[in-house]
Design a protein around this ligand. Structure first.
Ligand SMILES: C[S@@+](CC[C@H](N)C(=O)[O-])C[C@H]1O[C@@H](n2cnc3c(N)ncnc32)[C@H](O)[C@@H]1O
Length: 351
C-alpha cells in the first residue's frame, strides 16, 4: 500500500470489527484514498462502493474493492510481460528524474515503458486497475520523498537505489464491490439503499491532489504542463476541494451529512484538522445516536523524519509525533451503537 497522509492503516482492524458488529451489508467509502477502510469493510463481508475524486484512488479501488478471483487470473502473465520491457526515457523520466529528483533515472525509464504499454494492452477495466496499482505501489517503494509529493529529499533516499519491482496486489477477501470518482457531496443523495457511509474527508488545508500529483499523472498519463521545483501539475493551481478550506469545509461537511440517506454512519477526524470533535458529534446527533472513540497513534512517516522545503532541504522540526483520531459511530439503535463502540474500545490490541 502506498504512503498516504491521513491513511487509516492503523484504524483498519478497528473498522473491520465495527463493520462486523453493525447490521450493515452495503457501505460506501466516500473519501476512499488508498481504499484501506473499504478493504476493512470488504473483509467484514460488506459490499463496498469505493469513491474518491482522485484518479489513482479509482485504480486502487479496481484492484482492492472491485477485483474478484477471475479478474486476477491473467495477472502473473501480464506482469511478466511488463517486467521484460526495455526501459525508455519519456515524460515521466524527464519530469520526475531529470527536472526534479523524485525517482532515479533507471526506475523512471522503466515506469515510462511499463505505463505506455498498459495503455496498449487489451485488458478489462479491473485488470487495468490491478496493473496500474502494481506499478503505483512499485514506484512508491523506490521514491525519494517523505511520503508527500510537495518535495523530494535532497540526498537520494536509500530505497530509491533499488530496482522497480512489480508485485501482484494483495487479494482482499470478501464480496466484490464497485468504484466511482464522484464529488462526495454530489454522490450523497444517490446512496439510497446503502446501509452505511464511512466519512474520512480531508481535514485541513493540505490538498491531496497537490500532495499526490505524481500518482495522478501516473494514472491519467496525460503529460501535463508543470510548475515550480516540485514539478506539480499545472491544474494543482485550480483543483481545490471544499474540504481544504477552513471557510468552506464545515458547510460542505454539514451539507454532506444532511444529504446522506444511509441509516448508519462511521466518521473519523484527526486532531490536526479544522473541526472540534464536540461540534462534529452535535451535527451527527441530528442523524441518530452517536458514540465516539479517541484513538491515539504514531503520526505518518514523514513527520518522523522532519519538514522539508521544495528544494529538499530540512527546514524545521516536527511539533509532535503522535495524533489522536476521533471515530464517531452513528445509527438508529442506541444499544447497537454503544455496544459496537464499546466492544471496539475494549480491544486495545486492535490499535
Ligand atoms: C483523509 S483522505 C482519506 C484517506 C482514506 N480513508 C485512506 O485510508 O486512505 C481524504 C480523501 O478525500 C479525497 N477528496 C477530497 N475532496 C473530495 C471530494 N470533494 N469528494 C470526494 N473525495 C474527495 C482526497 O482525494 C483524499 O483521498
Amino acid at each position: 500500500m502506498v504512503k498516504y497522509i491521513g491513511s487509516k492503516r492503523v484504524l483498519t482492524p478497528l473498522l473491520r470489527r465495527l463493520a462486523e458488529l453493525l447490521p450493515i451489508r452495503t457501505a460506501c467509502d466516500v473519501f476512499a484514498g488508498t481504499t484501506r477502510a473499504g478493504q476493512a469493510f470488504r473483509e467484514a463481508d460488506v459490499v463496498v462502493h469505493s469513491n474518491d475524486t482522485a484518479t489513482y484512488s479509482e485504480a486502487l479501488g479496481q484492484a482492492y474493492i472491485a477485483a474478484g478471483d477471475c479478474d486476477r487470473a491473467r495477472l502473473p502473465e501480464l506482469l511478466d510481460h511488463l517486467r521484460g520491457l526495455p526501459p525508455r526515457h519519456g515524460y515521466f523520466t524527464e519530469t520526475f528524474c531529470v527536472r526534479s529528483s523524485y525517482f532515479q533515472t533507471h526506475n523512471g525509464m522503466r515506469v515510462d515503458a511499463i505505463r505506455d504499454e498498459i495503455d496498449r494492452l487489451s485488458v478489462t477495466p479491473v485488470e487495468r486497475g490491478l496493473l496500474l496499482t502494481s506499478l503505483l505501489e512499485a514506484a512508491d517503494r523506490v521514491d525519494s520523498t517523505c511520503g508527500l509529493q510537495m518535495a523530494f529529499v535532497k540526498e537520494w533516499s536509500r530505497r530509491s537505489y533499488a530496482e522497480l519491482d512489480l508485485r501482484v496486489p494483495r487479494r482482499v477477501p470478501g464480496p466484490t464491490g464497485t468504484v466511482g470518482r464522484a464529488d462526495a457531496n454530489a454522490l450523497a443523495s444517490r446512496l439510497q439503499g446503502c446501509d452505511c457511509a464511512y466519512l474520512d474527508p480531508p481535514y485541513n488545508q493540505h490538498s491531496y491532489f497537490s500532495n499526490y500529483h505524481i500518482w495522478e499523472t501516473l494514472v491519467r498519463w496525460d503529460a501535463p504542463e508543470t510548475y515550480g521545483v516540485a514539478c506539480k501539475r499545472i491544474d494543482c493551481r485550480d483543483e481545490k476541494s471544499l474540504y481544504n478550506s477552513r471557510r468552506s469545509a464545515w458547510p460542505a461537511f454539514s451539507q454532506l451529512v444532511e444529504a446522506l440517506p444511509t441509516p448508519w454512519l462511521v466518521v473519523s477526524f484527526n486532531d490536526e484538522g479544522f473541526h472540534e470533535p464536540d461540534l462534529v458529534a452535535a451535527l451527527l446527533s441530528e442523524k441518530g445516536h452517536v458514540a465516539t472513540l479517541a484513538v491515539d497513534y504514531k503520526r505518518y512517516v514523514g513527520a518522523q523524519i522532519g519538514i522539508y522545503n521544495p528544494s529538499g532541504e530540512k527546514v524545521g522540526k516536527v511539533s509532535h509525533l503522535r495524533n489522536t483520531e476521533t471515530l464517531f459511530v452513528v445509527g438508529p439503535d442506541r444499544a447497537l451503537v454503544e455496544g459496537a463502540a464499546s466492544s471496539v474500545a475494549l480491544a486495545p490490541a486492535l490499535v
